[in-house]
Design a protein around this ligand. Structure first.
Ligand code: GDP
Length: 296
């Protein structure tokens, strides 16, 4: 995903490290190039500005320019700022609440919500040995509940039996009751999506939130949709409130900048990334590892 940005930044920073002595003007020129590279990679403009300002301010400090290896110091500052922009620490799913802990998945249709619901449930069941129940609250698309059921069967995760005619809130309540009675540790609720954000969707999400009282509300956003994904996260956060983001299709060859802006624009952590269609193609989002990948 970050290949082209990575090539650009490596080129710019290699030039700096090869030069030996650096002046303030050299750093400013390099930051202009970094700025251009980030904008072309689709990083949100205010995030780019703040990033390059911070790097420049730290890099023109005397101890950096007067050091024996100023170029390498600047590279380290760029790395550290990238990590900061991405959220510093990895933020795994938080399950620190009385069982059954509810995770509510939200997002637009086609973003990978149902696939990610199953991926998360599978990971919690196999890696963390938790008893997990999945339930689809998508009553608009008849095939959606069936899709989750099939994924449950494939991955040996229990799904809430489908009862036709129930509302999303009724299904959510039934899922929480079933989980309590059945001794489940975690309930993952897959909610309905739309092709775009609309008022009824937001109202529905708020109602589900109110009745299920989820501990985590994870927005699933397609990393390939660029700035739309960032706007989506902002809108969902304002209306429903989210606790984190899962970026899907990180295996695609998008420009990647939106993924880089996500945390800085929304203030919400990217918790996980989807890296393929298979049930195990889910990874933790580690800011420092992503920064390493970008800087090669
Ligand atoms: P939903 O409408 O949001 O529930 O989306 P789905 O879960 O049905 O996913 C839509 C399509 O995206 C499916 O074909 C998935 O296999 C695919 N998909 C989901 N996550 C990823 C991912 O991380 N990478 C890739 N390449 N495909 C994904």
């Amino acid at each position: 995903m970050f290949e082209s940005l990575s090539d650009r930044l490596s080129g710019i920073l290699d030039k700096l490290t090869k030069r030996g002595a650096l002046s303030e003007a050299d750093v400013s020129e390099a930051m202009r190039e970094v700025r251009r590279a980030l904008i072309e990679a689709d990083v949100a403009l205010p995030v780019v500005r703040s990033f390059t300002d911070k790097v420049r301010n730290r890099a023109v400090g005397h101890e950096v320019l007067k050091s024996i290896t100023p170029g390498q110091q600047v590279v380290k500052i760029v790395h550290d700022q990238l990590v900061e922009m991405l959220g510093s620490e990895a933020k795994p799913i938080d399950l620190d609440a009385p069982a059954p802990v509810c995770i509510m998945m939200v997002g637009l249709q086609g973003s990978g919500k149902t696939t990610t619901t199953a991926k998360i449930a599978r990971r919690l069941a196999t890696r963390d040995k938790l008893k997990v129940l999945m339930a689809s609250l998508d009553t608009r698309r008849p095939a959606a509940q069936e899709q989750l059921k099939v994924l449950g069967e494939q991955n040996e995760i229990e799904t809430l039996p489908i009862i036709a005619g129930q509302s999303p809130v009724q299904i959510a309540n039934r899922a929480m009751t079933a989980a309590r009675l059945g001794g489940f540790d975690v309930v993952v609720l897959d909610t309905a999506g739309r092709t775009h954000i609309d008022e009824p969707l937001m109202v529905e999400m708020a109602e589900i939130r109110q009745s299920a009282n989820p501990h985590e509300i994870l927005l699933v956003a397609d990393a390939l949709t660029g700035q739309d994904a960032v706007n989506l996260a902002t809108a969902f956060d304002e209306r429903v409130g989210i606790t984190g983001i899962v970026l899907t299709r990180m295996d695609g060859d998008g420009r990647g900048g939106a993924a880089l802006s996500m945390r800085a624009v929304t203030g919400k952590p990217i918790k996980l990334i989807g890296t393929g269609e298979k049930a195990d193609a889910l990874e933790d989002f580690h800011p420092s590892r992503i920064a390493d990948r970008i800087l090669g």
